[in-house]
Design a protein around this ligand. Structure first.
Ligand code: NDP
Ligand code: 2IT
Length: 449
């Protein structure tokens, strides 16, 4: 069954489509929010006539720039860089940088738009933004990545700052890239300030930031299950991806007594019915973070099944954690998960489920956590990193983890507050409205601008 919008949402989307041709992921992200927010706005007199949805879907500004760099053989390459400063209603623009060949303006706008509402849900003083480049770090040497990152920051530096816009990592931007980016920022500015998060713990980063998105996602799903008198202990789980979010999701699931049976990358997935134990996880981290290898090697090393070119959603599990990329769970994938008895889905990735897939989860009334709620832990600990940098102090890992867990409980409570429908909670509606209300109230206070 194909997803269908109501007549009022369709009228709003018609205008948005006309203004944003060729940006399907941006339109998809807005449509999901509009379907929750438009009925809410129509029933709330204080928001009427303020054109809030029209304003919040138009970025404050989009910055596009050229990046020219030289590879190890001396060949010159040109890429395109982006920073979309979407909304600073609640704080400095905040959001990651993605280096991936699929990056274009529409992708960065979808991510920036999601980031506004996600950051609002954390209740920290964070606006929303996103950036990146159509650069592929795969197969590049460290020095090539360094030269690219330095060239990227040479352009971006003038637009960011600790009180204006604070980038971080995302797909293709991890500890190595943040090091090169921050080093160049610091050099150009001639001063050390926390204008980037995700820094190494030894040079201004926060403990638990690498773990935060995955850990936070597991904390959120645990809250959903707890509300239904259940827990993660003994549950079988599938995780997609094998990057930062996926591997720390797997780690926290193991801490909580759950069994992770899949990991993946863009080439295929591994199925390990015995579960990813501590030794295998340490091995996978080394494979992905240091050796930059492919997940197939996990199957070779540990005798697990490898399914080339496939995604893990046909494997029967209790809980699924899509943690790779957008639109990786189709309507068909969602139906396979539901048919096999999935009880909860926690999105580590941004918008991993298509609108058709969301319909399937919602009709089945499973516990479905949209990414903007369940993956908010990453940016939340980025916010805590900014606080530590401003105060020039370092919190212990236990302190940051406790704050992260408290924030995820609060995000969950807000979703319940705005999404409860009898016995059931619509977490999509809850997350969209709770995030929107925070931003909308600030916008109303600022007047017409
Ligand atoms: P990484 O670059 O560390 O890992 C990305 C993983 O996803 C890799 O396994 C990669 O496989 C896979 N992947 C990427 N693109 C595709 C694709 N087009 N098709 C299939 N697989 C793909 O990124 P992160 O773990 O940081 O990010 C994962 C997701 O989580 C993204 O949606 C990101 O926006 C979101 N997110 C990240 C946060 C963070 O703090 N890092 C915070 C909140 C959300 P391969 O190596 O083959 O490309
Ligand atoms: O999608 C996200 O929330 C991130 N990539 C993290 C953003 C951040 O500023 O830490």
């Amino acid at each position: 069954m194909k997803h269908k919008a109501s007549a009022t949402v369709e009228r709003f989307m018609e205008g948005l489509r006309a203004r944003n041709p060729g940006q399907p992921t941006f339109l998809q992200a807005v449509q999901e929010v509009a379907e929750s927010v438009i009925p809410f706005l129509e029933a709330e007199p204080r928001y009427k006539d303020a054109a809030l949805l029209e304003r919040i879907t138009e970025p404050d500004r989009c910055i596009l720039f050229r990046i020219t760099w030289e590879d190890d053989a001396g060949k010159v390459h040109t890429n395109r860089g982006y920073r979309v400063q979407f909304s600073n209603a609640l704080g400095p623009y905040k959001g990651g940088l993605r280096f991936h060949p699929s990056v274009d303006l529409g992708v960065i706008k979808f991510l920036g738009f999601e980031q506004i509402l996600k950051n609002a849900l954390t209740t920290l003083p964070l606006g929303g933004g996103k950036g990146g480049a159509d650069f592929d770090p795969k197969g590049k040497s460290d020095r090539e990545v360094m030269r690219f990152s330095q060239a990227f920051m040479t352009e971006l530096e003038r637009y960011i700052g600790e009180d204006t816009d604070v980038p971080a990592g995302d797909i293709g931007v991890g500890a190595r890239e943040i090091g090169y980016l921050f080093g160049q920022y610091k050099r150009l500015e001639g001063r050390y300030v926390g204008a980037i998060t995700g820094k190494g713990a030894g040079w201004g980063g926060s403990l638990i930031r690498p773990e935060a998105t995955g850990y936070g996602c597991v904390y959120f799903v645990n809250e959903m299950l707890r509300r239904n008198g259940e827990g993660l202990e003994g549950k079988t789980c599938s995780v997609s991806g094998s990057g930062n979010v996926a591997l720390y999701t797997a780690e926290k699931l193991r801490h909580m007594g759950a069994k992770v049976v899949t990991l993946s990358d863009s080439s295929g997935f591994v199925y390990d019915p015995n579960g990813v134990d501590a030794h295998k996880l340490a091995w996978a981290k080394d494979l992905k973070f240091n050796r930059r290898g492919r997940i197939k090697e996990y199957a070779d090393e540990f005798g697990a099944e490898y399914h080339a070119g496939e995604r893990p959603w046909k494997v029967p599990v209790d809980v699924a954690f899509p943690s790779a990329t957008q639109n990786e769970v189709s309507g068909e994938d969602a139906a396979a998960l539901v048919k096999n008895g999935v009880i909860a889905v926690g999105e580590g990735a941004n918008m991993p489920t298509t609108l058709d897939g969301i319909d399937v989860f919602q009709r089945a009334q499973i516990l479905y956590a949209p990414g903007k709620a369940s993956n908010a832990g990453g940016v939340a600990v980025s916010g805590l990193e900014q606080t530590q940098n401003s105060m020039r102090i370092t919190w212990s890992a236990e302190e940051v983890d406790r704050r992260l867990s408290d924030i995820m409980v609060r995000v969950h409570e807000q979703c319940v507050q705005f999404g409860v429908e009898g016995e059931h909670v619509d977490y999509v509606k809850g997350a969209n409205i709770a995030g929107f209300v925070r931003v909308a109230d600030a916008m109303l206070a600022y007047g017409v601008m």
